[in-house]
Write a protein that binds this ligand. Structure first.
Ligand code: NDP
Length: 248
């Protein structure tokens, strides 16, 4: 599909639903060839069919981003099969309710391994190819919980605050090589994100929160991602906080 991102190749993690899926669709609509990654291979296959059925180019790269091997391979396979990697969108993420006392260390590790370490793995793998190209965009999806800690979502906030440090440090590290690094921090967005919360009461409350009237849609965040990747190479949107207009 010809568009403002024609000729670009994007890898989107967390593309089997929500913001990642919408980002893949929006990037493809803007002309990019898209590699989509997540664990649910069936969902990825449907997404690829949807994009290619509309005249776009897409491939599925199933994998678990908390595995260094899978995450690194997703970047390598994008380059091997689509020729390069111009845009990396790290949207894979989970939320879990609980704090230091109430959640097990295994639960803490799981959230941090997916949200923070998974993003680190793909970023690390993408730097080499992007440096060789002399340009690239890395866009990490954080949250308003990365600006203001939420004690009821302890590991989630911790992972998102970590993403801020990772993203800003990486921006300083690779900007000289023409690589732009951005963090996007959405508020409530109507996705499946609540589904991973173990506690049924908290899961229902979160599901209601993200689906409430006036909540943002995944496509709203996807538009911001396309905007960031479409700016002239001299411009790096380092941080973008996106809130619903009615923010209660
Ligand atoms: P969804 O649950 O709809 O999407 C999460 C995506 O992450 C899915 O594609 C899921 O795919 C993938 N994922 C989860 N665990 C792994 C893993 N171990 N390896 C690979 N992929 C994984 O939620 P959202 O779209 O809302 O979440 C996307 C990002 O947006 C997250 O980082 C979230 O923190 C952030 N965010 C969401 C907000 C909201 O209100 N919805 C607000 C602020 C930030 P699969 O299960 O197939 O692996």
């Amino acid at each position: 599909m010809p568009g403002i991102l024609s000729g670009k190749v994007a890898l989107v993690t967390g593309a089997s639903s929500g913001i990642g899926e919408a980002a893949a669709l929006a990037l493809a609509e803007a002309g990019a060839a898209v590699a989509v990654s997540a664990r649910r291979a069936g969902r990825l296959a449907s997404l690829v069919t949807r994009i290619t059925g509309s005249g776009g180019e897409a491939i599925a790269l199933p994998g678990d981003v908390s595995s260094e091997e899978d995450a690194t391979r997703a970047v390598a396979d994008t380059v091997a099969r689509l020729g390069r990697i111009n845009i990396l969108v790290n949207s894979a993420g989970i939320i879990q309710a609980g704090g230091v006392e109430s959640l097990s260390l295994d639960e803490w590790r799981r959230v941090i391994d997916i949200n923070l370490m998974g993003t680190l793995y793909t970023c690390k793998a993408a730097i080499g190819p992007m440096k060789a190209q002399g340009s690239g965009d890395i866009i990490n999806i954080s949250s308003t919980a990365g600006r203001r800690a939420a004690g009821i979502f302890g590991p989630y906030s911790t992972s998102k605050f970590g993403l801020t440090g990772l993203t800003e440090g990486l921006r300083q590290e690779v900007g000289g090589a023409g690589i732009r690094v951005s963090i996007v921090e959405p508020g409530a967005t109507a996705t499946e994100v609540a589904g991973g919360i173990s506690d049924p009461t908290m899961r229902a409350a979160m599901a209601q929160h993200v689906a409430k009237e006036g909540a943002m849609q995944p496509a709203d965040i996807a538009s911001a991602i396309v905007f960031i990747a479409s700016l002239p190479p001299r411009v790096n949107v380092s941080q973008m906080l996106i809130r619903p207009t009615i923010d209660t």
